[in-house]
Design a protein around this ligand. Structure first.
Ligand code: B12
Ligand code: SF4
Length: 466
């Protein structure tokens, strides 16, 4: 059987997180990263004997006609799409458009399907939905369709029967990342991926563990961790370097350093095998030690992204993110002393936010010795504790209505804050300007610039904030 995964074009962050000006900057620097979920499933299906095409229409910047040509050349029997809630309406637009040109059944998976499966299958152009992990459900679905077997016994599925949307029994998330083949990077245009901050190309992304146990109230990540062994991780790193010539890896685990023993094992193996590559991680300030940071820097880690979020203790407590300021300061200092670039994530517009708490957050952003910051407006993610609370209190389910096409992203209203939307926008721009336009900061960045490309990117990003 032939199937085509299509990562739809023009992936970008949504406007509701920023002001128009700042969003323009972000959307100009489009998301140019591989979709690992699709690449994983593609590898698995290939291993099971399927003929698989993976069209990354996003990074290749393909238009309707380009996609149509690729599909007519390959002739798949099923089209496979992915979606997160934020980009569902864009994905839907593309599914409709692609099916007008090449009409075979469409299967959709991804985080959005876990949240609004019934609403999603309400659209006729979507034929089947995979809820949650795709590793077992997708091959079972394709095999059942091929053999004309009933679908109702397959767990984690959503489909229509006699005009009614059926969801089957939930599929438990038990598959370990160790039991599936490495992502099919042989099907990806690896030389096209890039980020504003990457130093060496080609780059790729990797996941060493799924889930995070911390339960911050604004997050909807699985709380059970499914992690890979150090040996398994390093073997994928070796494949990236030796088979695909990868020079830089962005690790997208939610909290890369959560299991300290495992990280030291990974570092030992990288050192022992003399693996030469640059890499970056995301983690929490309370999950690193000075010893760990020093070793990571020695072995190629060039950037750490820390979620700092707010400077107000009351807000931090209410979102269950009690990392003391002293711990954050130490982590940032250790990282910079080790020569690692430090990126801080902050949010404004959380419930109970006031002008004073926003100003505190902006001051902290300036006070910490950070290289880059991302400051965005808080938008509750469906499935998170905060979102459930807002839903219960207001009786409104914004993301459901958005899925059904009843509201647009521009209709999103911040909840329970003591600032107007205009004030929030004012502070967002003020925060960005205050951070990126400091003379000390500009000077430090200019002397660290290594190439024209880097200088151009920095200058264009800075100018777009004006
Ligand atoms: C890497 C990443 C990114 C990268 C995107 C890279 C890329 N090209 O995809 C960057 C940093 C750019 C990014 C941006 C954003 N992201 Co993001 N991101 C992730 C992250 C950390 C890892 C994704 C990953 O590789 N997972 C591992 C793979 C194996 O899992 P998977 O993709 O989910 O696939 C599995 C299933 O979902 C399913 N599946 C997926 N696709 C398909 C397709 C078919 C046909 C089938 C059958 C099954 C299937 O099967 C797969 C295997 O089991 C996830 C969190 C996480 N751990 O998953 C968040 C996550 C996907 N992001 C999220 C969000 C909210 C965003 C942003 C909106 C954030 C922001 N405020 O700007 C933007 C949106 C940008 C965009 N248009 O995508 C949310 C989505 C929540 C939701 N309700 O949809 C997540 C889940 C994080 C979270 N818990 O909040 N993100
Ligand atoms: S926000 Fe980060 S630390 Fe908190 S639960 Fe989510 S992934 Fe874990």
């Amino acid at each position: 059987m032939k199937v085509s995964f299509i990562y739809t074009p023009k992936q970008r962050v949504n406007k509701c997180y920023y002001t128009e000006k700042i969003w323009k900057n972000y959307s100009e620097n489009a998301i140019l990263l591989p979709h690992l979920g699709m690449a994983y499933l593609a590898a698995l299906l290939k291993k099971k004997g399927f003929e698989v095409q993976l069209i990354d229409a996003n990074v290749l910047n393909l238009n309707e006609k380009d996609i149509q040509k690729r599909l007519f050349d390959f002739k798949p029997e099923y089209l496979l799409f992915t979606s997160i809630t934020d980009n569902f309406r864009d994905t839907l637009w593309w599914i409709r458009c692609i099916k007008k040109m090449y009409n075979v059944p469409a299967i959709i998976g991804g985080p959005h399907m876990e949240l609004y499966p019934k609403e999603t299958l309400g659209y006729d152009c979507i034929d089947y939905g995979v809820i949650g992990d795709g590793w077992e459900t997708l091959p079972e679905l394709l095999s059942a369709l091929d053999n004309k077997k009933p679908l109702s016994d397959i767990k984690g599925l959503c489909f229509r029967k006699d005009g009614e949307v059926i969801t089957t029994e939930k599929r438990p998330k038990t598959v370990s990342l160790e039991n599936v083949p490495f992502p099919a990077r042989d099907l990806l245009p690896n030389d096209k991926y890039d980020t504003v901050l990457s130093k060496k190309c080609p780059i790729t992304t990797m996941i060493t563990a799924l889930g995070c146990p911390f339960r911050c109230t604004y997050c909807c990540t699985d709380t059970v961790i499914r992690s890979r062994s150090a040996k398994h991780i390093v073997s994928e790193i070796e494949e990236c370097i030796n088979r695909y010539g990868i020079k830089e890896i962005v690790f997208y685990d939610e909290t890369f350093t959560i299991d300290k023993a495992r990280i030291f094992e990974v570092l030992d193996l990288i050192e022992g095998k003399k693996l030469n590559f640059l890499w970056s991680i995301r983690t929490r300030a309370d999950c690193v030690t000075k010893e760990m940071i020093d070793r990571m820097a020695k072995l190629g880690c060039i950037r750490i992204n820390y979620g700092i979020e707010s400077a107000d203790e009351g807000i931090l407590k209410s979102i269950r993110r009690n990392i003391p300021l002293s711990v954050i300061k130490n982590a940032v200092r250790w990282s910079r002393e080790a020569g690692i670039t430090v990126f801080g994530f902050f949010m404004i517009g959380l419930p109970d936010e006031t002008k004073q708490t926003v100003e505190k957050t902006i001051n902290l952003m300036l006070e910490l010795d950070l290289d880059f910051v991302q400051l965005n407006k808080f938008v509750p993610i469906p499935g998170s504790e905060v979102y459930e609370q807002i839903k219960n209190e207001t009786g409104e389910d914004f993301w459901r209505d958005y899925t059904l096409g009843k509201v647009n992203l521009e209709d999103f209203k911040p909840y329970k804050i003591n600032l107007t939307p205009q004030e929030l926008d004012h502070y967002l721009e003020k925060g960005y300007k205050a951070f990126y336009y400091r003379p000390k900061y500009i000077w430090r960045k200019l002397i660290a610039v290594r190439s024209f490309k880097e200088l151009y990117r920095m200058a264009s990003a800075a100018l777009s904030l004006k």
